[in-house]
Design a protein around this ligand. Structure first.
Ligand code: PLP
Length: 360
């Protein structure tokens, strides 16, 4: 079988070495006689897996000691509610930056709990750019500022961190976490659904500063309370143990690759090659402003949209899967997360060149 490359936006490709290790350990983890799936989450075997995963994530992201790392369920979508429930802390207003489909969902959910001020919006550009920071109408009384550093659907990414002063900055990093080093101390909360750049769906990673934990809105369900999860080591109830284990394998793999400095260089190069191929052709086009081109999700269109289905069919035959753009945007989208090898991007670029020669 020739190589298959999966460009899905999520659930997405995982490192092959990680899947092989999981396969090798599937029936008997380290001589325990059990699969990780069968272990008590409170037993010493699983606790060692859980602790190692957290330690490796802390090392990769250089997470300061005054931040807690939570391994939760419910996806990034649950965080759309959990953030206001935990961070309003007596305030009634929160600032949101609207850069695309995921920002809009976060805004809609927050509106159930507080007054949302959309401090900046790129909707007029059909979400192809990021509003200049100087134009943001930030509210000094906001409980926090929420933004989406990488819009998975639109392929719009911040290559800078907004300075919100004393107002905590909250980031939905679902599709960009671990793609490069970040300065965690700039954030109040970072959250990410696992299924893009961490591991399998079902696990949600939350990194939250100590002082933002423990003052929830009245009536907050226990499962939505950061403090209860933090006080219980993310074992308030049965955590998603197998996803936590696989995330740990991915963290170990990232360390083997040289950590996030090395990943950033690889990701910069992979994305650079793909955008250069699009820019160098009259047949393909990127709808997104150059300075906010995402390293992780690369949307592009064909000169003739009538060729879209032919492109997708031939790509599939060539082993290049899941390149269809989101229905709200159209065209194509190549998601090239950490686990997408450079050879996959090269194969896509070759295919695009060949398709252009025969159809352009
Ligand atoms: C995929 C995604 C989500 C939704 O994640 P779920 O885990 O399905 O809730 C939210 N935000 C961003 C940026 C995403 O990419």
């Amino acid at each position: 079988m020739s190589a298959i490359y999966n460009f899905s936006a999520g659930p997405a490709v995982l490192p092959k070495a990680v899947l092989e290790q999981a396969r090798d350990e599937l029936l008997d983890w380290h001589g325990s006689g059990m699969s990780v799936m069968e272990m008590s989450h409170r037993g010493k075997e699983f606790l060692s897996i859980a602790e190692q995963a957290e330690a490796d994530l802390r090392e990769l992201l250089t997470i300061p000691d005054n931040y807690r790392v939570l391994f939760l369920q419910g996806g990034a979508t649950s965080q759309f509610a959990m953030v206001p429930l935990n961070l309003l802390r007596g305030k009634q207003q929160a600032d949101y930056i609207n850069t695309g489909a995921w920002s809009k969902k976060a805004i809609a959910e927050a509106g159930r709990f507080c007054e949302v001020n959309v401090a900046a919006s790129a909707e007029d550009s059909r979400f192809t750019t990021i509003p200049a920071f100087e134009s943001w109408q930030l509210n000094p009384d906001a409980a926090y500022v929420h933004y989406t550093p990488n819009e998975t659907i639109g392929g719009v990414e911040f290559h800078w961190v907004p300075d919100t002063g004393d107002v905590p900055l909250v980031a939905d990093m679902s599709s960009t976490i671990l793609s490069r080093p970040i300065d965690v101390s700039r954030y109040g909360v970072i959250y990410a659904g696992a299924q893009k750049n961490i591991g399998p769906a079902g696990l949600t990673v939350v990194i939250v500063r100590d002082d933002l934990i423990g003052d929830t809105l009245a009536g907050t369900p226990s499962m939505y309370d950061y403090k209860l999860h933090a006080d219980n080591g993310s074992m308030l109830n049965t955590p998603p143990t197998y996803g936590w284990y696989l995330a740990g394998l991915v963290f170990g793999w990232l360390k083997q690759q040289g950590g996030l400095d090395a990943m950033a260089e690889i990701n910069r190069r992979k994305a650079g090659h793909l955008y250069a191929a699009v820019a160098g052709s009259a047949f393909y086009n990127s709808p997104v402003d150059v300075e906010c081109h995402s390293w992780m999700n690369v949307p592009f269109t064909l000169a003739d949209a009538d060729l879209d289905s032919e492109f997708l069919a031939q790509a599939k035959t060539a082993g290049l899967l899941n390149l269809k753009g989101h229905r709200s945007v159209g065209g194509m989208r190549a998601s090239i997360y950490n686990a997408m090898p450079a050879a996959g991007v090269a194969a896509l670029i070759d295919f695009m060149g060949e398709f252009e020669r025969t159809h352009g």
